[in-house]
Design a protein. Structure first.
Lengths: 108, 118
């Protein structure tokens, strides 16, 4: 099983600042089958990034993903008030298709 | 418009059973794999199970293997999760999800709450 470890657990920032979220895998993620999701309370998760670096349809370009192998990053430039949420990475290259434990992005 | 609507959640005693359903519309259901993902109260997302479009490939998380059974009825555009021998730690909101790009989940239902408690 591939274990995904996200850091930091909580990130406190102000609107307008930039955010960098990390996701490290215990084994190499095949073909960069790595996704990032945004999740707000009471809502369904929202796909942001797939294939480690491709933005899903309708996702603003302030969201970007990078990385390969075992190290991946989600970068959010110029935080908007609606960006404060919990973010999860997920690998879907090897069963079980594990999620990281999440990073909570909160308003400072 | 793609829609996924879960149902069947509720309160069940430990050791009991429950069957979740996910009604799909707005796309050719038989062409897509489907999955179940859950979120326990105060916890993160946990992948539960996967079924391929033709049901030829079925996968489970170790935490539910042997207790949960995923299935689908392509004629009815429906996905199911039969949950047996339920435990308190199975308490969660259960989401059905459909891939959008490769295997990443671009479409999600709103979830159905399962509470396992005496």
């Amino acid at each position: 099983e591939i274990v995904l470890t996200q850091s930091p657990g909580t990130l406190s920032l102000s609107p307008g600042e930039g955010a960098t979220l990390s996701c490290r895998a215990s084994q190499s993620v095949s073909s960069s089958y790595l996704a990032w999701y945004q999740h707000k309370p009471g809502q369904a998760p929202r796909l942001l990034i797939y294939g480690a670096s491709s933005r899903a349809t309708g996702i603003p370009d302030r969201f970007s993903g990078s990385g390969s192998g075992t190290a991946f990053t989600l970068t959010i430039s110029r935080l908007e008030p609606e960006d404060f949420a919990v973010y999860y990475c997920q690998q879907y290259g090897s069963s079980p298709y594990t999620f990281g434990q999440g990073t909570k992005l909160e308003i400072k | 418009e793609v829609q996924l609507v879960e149902s069947g959640g509720g309160l069940v005693q430990p050791g009991g059973s429950l069957r979740l359903s996910c009604a799909a519309s707005g796309f050719i259901f038989s062409s897509y794999s489907m999955s179940w993902v859950r979120q326990a109260p105060g916890k993160g997302l946990e992948w539960v199970s996967y079924i391929s479009s033709s049901s030829s490939t079925i996968l489970y998380a170790d935490s539910v293997k042997g207790r949960f059974t995923i299935s689908r009825d392509n004629a009815k555009n429906a996905l199911y999760l039969q949950m047996n021998s339920l435990r308190a730690e199975d308490t969660a909101v259960y989401y059905c999800a459909r891939p959008l790009y490769s295997g990443s989940y671009g479409y999600w239902g709103q979830g159905t709450l399962v509470t396992v408690s005496s």
